[in-house]
Design a binder for this molecule. Structure first.
Ligand SMILES: [Zn+2]
Length: 101
């Protein structure tokens, strides 16, 4: 399910909502105002990053299946510096532990 960022029209607090397509947004968790506008740029960023992360994970797995641990580590490092994703960073960290570098 997509994650949306909402901004409260009243107090301007921004909160994340996991929402079904066509679902009703919840009221503001800060002030209870129900007039909250969706920040439309956010979901695209989330989706894009998820796709990139999945691709990176697959590539790392492929390297590991071929026994190329150092190639996998190098790739994960590079990916972690370009994609700002905690998940990718954790993959890179794990590989470093594996190789002891
Ligand atoms: Zn509010």
């Amino acid at each position: 399910m997509p994650i949306y960022d909402y901004e409260c029209d009243n107090c301007r607090s921004v909160f994340e909502v996991i929402l079904k397509v066509g679902g009703t947004p919840p009221p503001c968790p800060n002030c209870g105002n129900s007039e909250c506008g969706r920040l439309i740029t956010a979901p695209a960023v989330h989706v894009k990053q998820d796709h990139a992360t999945a691709r990176i994970e697959k590539r790392v797995r492929d390297y590991l299946m071929d026994g190329k641990v150092s190639d996998a580590t190098r790739f994960a490092d590079k990916a972690a510096s370009t994609v700002k994703s905690d998940r990718v960073k954790r993959i890179a960290d794990k590989l470093h532990q594996k190789t002891g570098k």
